[in-house]
Ligand binder design. Sequence first.
Ligand SMILES: Cc1cc2nc3c(=O)[nH]c(=O)nc-3n(C[C@H](O)[C@H](O)[C@H](O)COP(=O)(O)OP(=O)(O)OC[C@H]3O[C@@H](n4cnc5c(N)ncnc54)[C@H](O)[C@@H]3O)c2cc1C
Length: 398
Amino acid sequence: MALKFQPGSSMTSETVTMEQTHYDCIVIGAGIEGSATCYQLTKKGVKTLLIEQFKLGHDRGSSHGQSRITRHAYLQKHYAMMMPECFETWARLEQEVGTKLYRNVGLLSVNGPPYEDYNNRGGALKDMNKPYELLTVQQVCQRWPGFSFQPEMKAFVDPSGGVLRADRCLKALQTMFVKQGGIVREEERVLQILPGKHVTIITNKGRYTAKSVVLTPGSWAPQLLRPLGLDPPLKITRIKVCYWPEKQPGMFSNYPCFYFLSEKYEAYGLPSAEYPGLVKVCNHKGQDLTNPEDRNNEQFTEDIDKLKEFIKEHVPGLVPEPAIIENCIYTTTPNEEIILDRHPDHPNIIVGCGFSGHGFKLAPVVGKILSELATGEKPSYDQLPLRLKSLNQTVAKL
Ligand SMILES: Cc1cc2nc3c(=O)[nH]c(=O)nc-3n(C[C@H](O)[C@H](O)[C@H](O)COP(=O)(O)OP(=O)(O)OC[C@H]3O[C@@H](n4cnc5c(N)ncnc54)[C@H](O)[C@@H]3O)c2cc1C
């Protein structure tokens, strides 16, 4: 007996037979991390199903919007080591789909005393033999007069950094996944995961089984992990994505991305692109939520007030009043390390979560590691410090 997909419920127009309720792997969550995992799995010929609770490309999680920063300059060495392969894979994907995914504008990093970030990020570039440029803040402000920094600040430029076109990246991974034989079920919510030699997945529309399952549910992770006996310390934070008008139209269109860290502020920005004349500048800190569904609750404005101060003080080329405000969600671990691991008791259930506001650029390698864990291969990168077992946060056993 054949089941036809509901119109609009899949990226494929293929007919799905009853036998196709069993897969080699099922990935839950079609954000950037789940989509990259699916891309890597089907590249290896693994029969994969991707299940997403909303429509593909929705704006209720963490992977929507048009832009994300990428760079080689990473504070932690284990992520810095992944970056060359991330850049290569994004470039290969660009070729595969024939769409430009990356704009190389450089990354300017500005840091106040005690310069830990400057030393570590700059040090990572040095260790990897990647080019970088040290600048005084006077040189920074001469080159990009829209900025203003105190003389004691230190700055460097990572010339390899720039903007990933986020919505195109997500679409490209999903398109390639389907082209490589993957199946997508969108607007279908996973309600229950039953461990076993073959894992059973129960959704609001059906029941599937697979040899392994990868959970990439973003900020909905607690809802899926707790019934499996896991409760890693994840904080869900609403980030206000603010777009600020240029005082002089076009001034910031060829500026680098920037990351600023001092005792008072932690903020980042990208050159104007998605909305002409508007520059995206955000706080790295936001408002804690208990449920991702509360992201549109508007009572909290402290984060925007703080950004207004930051713009007045350090980006005088922008009007200190945002013209557009959007919402996005971080899912953060206590030390901002990401979790990529097997379930300690069920090794065919794989978890990828806690991307802590820096996971987009890493998605190609995250997808590779999660696909390796799902197929029982040795992970190509095994230096990640955050292990589910070590978190010691299990809840009552099943
Ligand atoms: C404002 C902002 C700026 C950022 N800037 C950068 C940056 O410059 N550089 C960078 O590298 N990173 C950046 N990030 C971080 C990056 O975007 C995230 O780390 C990444 O998008 C996380 O992706 P994800 O796939 O884990 O989560 P999501 O995109 O949220 O995907 C999870 C998916 O799982 C689905 N799901 C959950 N539960 C179920 C269920 N029960 N059944 C079916 N589906 C389910 C959800 O609907 C969702 O689509 C930023 C994030 C934000 C919010």
